[in-house]
Write a protein that binds this ligand. Structure first.
Ligand code: DAK
Length: 256
């Protein structure tokens, strides 16, 4: 089995599953490379409407592979250019749902934060323990985490390396939903199916505007929203959605 497996659990849905159970799904260069390649391909695949990112039923990912970093020098790390692989995930225009069981630690927590929604199992935990091995987060842990849960909660996680339970993560805003461990995959799939049935252009515009707007001034962000809103009136799906409502029938969205 490859260390990242691509599955198609439903129409218009792709699921990427990290599979390195002996290393608690730690992210080595092969995993990152494959994630990057899959995300690039799925981003360009018009038939894909939602992506589930998971580590399966036991572990999401316990961070970057420490064995592959322990002896590395600064230039080795720089030349690995892993930010280019992460960037492919961040740039994915399709909605991404992280289905998290077990550890989402270090780079695993950063990976989950690249998703647009996080469905966590009761037993999941989120942690940025890099400080305990002498480093700090390098794939968004200081920035995406702070944007998600605010300065004081983020500082606590980053400076102490203490884990956050799934329930705490939900309360803090780091998870979208918490469900029983055995329901994580089913719930993620259910949400992906809901989104896959939505008009794809509206889905993409919402994701793009929300993410771009987070780092813009409110005025600029509201303008982005307004422009995207106006643009959607050029879509067939807007006509179909509103017509279907008026005719009291189910809309048939085509992505045009
Ligand atoms: N790396 C490598 N191997 C790992 C690992 C990891 N992060 N986590 C677990 N393993 C391996 C263990 O070494 C062990 O291997 P064997 O001894 O069997 O060969 C096996 O998985 C099982 O681990 P445990 O026996 O420890 O399992 P437990 O269930 O008892 O504990 C644990 C699970 C997750 C609590 C524990 O394994 C643990 O604390 N793991 C380390 C967690 C950690 O510190 N994670 C942060 C790593 S640093 C970058 C961007 C980002 C990053 C780096 C660069 N760039 C842009 C350049 C991110 C850095 C990090 O994530």
């Amino acid at each position: 089995m490859p260390v990242v497996e691509l599955e198609h659990p439903g129409r218009g849905i792709a699921r990427l599953r990290i599979h390195r159970p002996d290393a608690r799904n730690a992210l080595n260069q092969e995993v990152r490379q494959l994630l990057g390649e899959h995300f690039a391909a799925l981003s360009a695949d018009g038939s894909v409407r939602a992506i589930i990112l998971t580590g399966g039923d036991k572990y999401f990912a316990a961070g970057a592979d420490i064995k592959a970093m322990a002896e590395a020098g600064a230039i080795d790390i720089m030349l690995r250019n892993t930010h280019l692989l992460w960037r492919t995930i961040a740039a994915c225009p399709k909605p991404v749902i992280a289905a998290v069981n077990g550890y989402a630690w270090g780079g695993g927590c950063e990976l989950a934060m690249h998703a647009d929604m996080i469905v966590a199992g009761e037993g999941a935990s989120f942690c940025q323990p890099e400080i305990k091995v002498g480093i700090m987060p390098g794939a968004g842990g200081t920035q995406r985490l702070t944007r998600a849960i605010g300065k004081f909660a983020a500082m606590k996680m980053l400076l102490t390396g203490l884990p956050m339970s799934a329930r705490e993560a939900l309360a803090a805003g780091l998870a979208s939903e918490v469900v029983a461990d055995e329901l994580v995959q089913a719930r993620a799939l259910e949400l992906a199916e809901l989104i896959a049935a939505m008009p794809p252009l509206a889905v993409m515009q919402i994701k793009e505007v929300l993410l771009a707007g987070q780092d813009a001034s409110l005025d600029t962000a509201l303008m982005l929203e307004r422009k995207a809103f106006q643009l959607l009136f050029a879509s067939r799906d807007q006509k179909e959605g509103m017509q279907a409502f008026l005719e009291k029938r189910k809309p048939d969205f085509t992505g045009q």
